[in-house]
Design a protein around this ligand. Structure first.
Ligand code: KMH
Ligand code: ZN
Length: 278
């Protein structure tokens, strides 16, 4: 397994502040409105995050992919801080591909591209090959850089097939979502195996679900990877203690990075690493 040249790239932290499956009955700290989302994104930026992974909600909290909600949220974030904005094209289970990918036309800095289907709790997050190709083509149409979301190893293979078919540029950026019931497990062995499949020059981050979040973050920090944390993935800062916001989870990663001697990326660093331009 190839390790990064020394010193490792500065650490990029992505804040997944909302998701589509966390509601106020689970935590009062989940943001719903564009104002709440922007406030939380800015708190995460102040804590050390360089990118926000964004879902949006209807005012009552139902998951949404409405472009006007994405537009207002992105505008509010950009008015207050320079962090990269990444839209979800995964949305919520059961949404159509057209609905999921509509807001790509707003040209966020990045958007997600899940390259396969996966059991998702008791449901299935469906991404048939034609769905994946359609989202990849839309990202390309609007020149939006994909973050390849992999919930299992076959999704890396599927991404490499997309690249072979000319629908994904390499080197690409991958995010491994590990430890979700139905997907790939969340041990460091799982992470070591899936990252070993990447072609040279790839960048990668890990999003550990629930209790896997911080152990995988620590492992990624040690091995030249990057980290996604936030209430989309995990509600707790310690056993039984709810995070007051995703920013507290970002703060934990910043502390891990400091302990491991890994420098944090600036937004300019992140732009260069992910988009190839400052
Ligand atoms: N909410 C999940 C069904 C993404 O943002 O691209 C899909 C998801 C992945 O969260
Ligand atoms: Zn998401």
């Amino acid at each position: 397994m190839s390790e990064p040249a020394m010193p490792p790239a500065p650490l990029m932290i992505t804040a997944a502040i909302c998701g589509a499956e966390v509601f106020r009955d689970q935590t009062p700290h989940i943001p719903y409105t564009p104002t709440e989302l922007a406030d939380e994104a800015v708190r995460c930026w102040e804590a050390g995050a360089t990118m926000v992974h964004l879902h949006v909600r209807e005012p009552d909290g139902r998951p949404s992919q409405r472009a006007d909600l994405f537009a207002e949220t992105m505008e509010r974030i950009r008015a207050r801080c320079p962090m990269l904005v990444q839209f979800s094209t995964g949305g919520a289970v059961g949404m159509s591909v057209a609905e999921r990918a509509d807001a790509v036309r707003l040209r966020p800095d990045m958007a997600t591209l899940t390259t396969g289907s996966v059991n998702f709790g008791d449901e299935v997050f469906v991404n048939r090959p034609p769905d994946v190709r359609a989202i990849a083509a839309r990202l390309r149409e609007f020149a939006v850089k994909p973050e390849v979301e992999c919930f299992d190893t076959g999704m890396v293979d599927a991404a490499l097939r997309l690249a072979k078919d000319g629908l994904l540029d390499l080197p690409a950026h991958f995010n491994f979502v590990l430890g979700m019931p139905g997907g790939m497990g969340g041990t460091v062995q799982h992470l070591d195996f899936i990252r070993s499949l990447l072609p040279a020059g790839s960048t990668w981050s890990v999003a550990g679900i629930g209790r896997w979040e911080m152990p995988l973050a620590a492992h990624a920090i040690r091995h030249g990877g990057h980290v996604r944390v936030g209430l989309e993935d995990n509600l707790f800062v310690a056993k039984g203690v709810l995070a007051k916001g995703s920013y507290e989870l970002v703060e934990q990663v910043v502390a891990l990075a400091a302990a491991g001697g890994r420098r944090l990326a600036s937004v300019a660093d992140a732009r260069l690493l992910l988009l190839g331009r400052a």
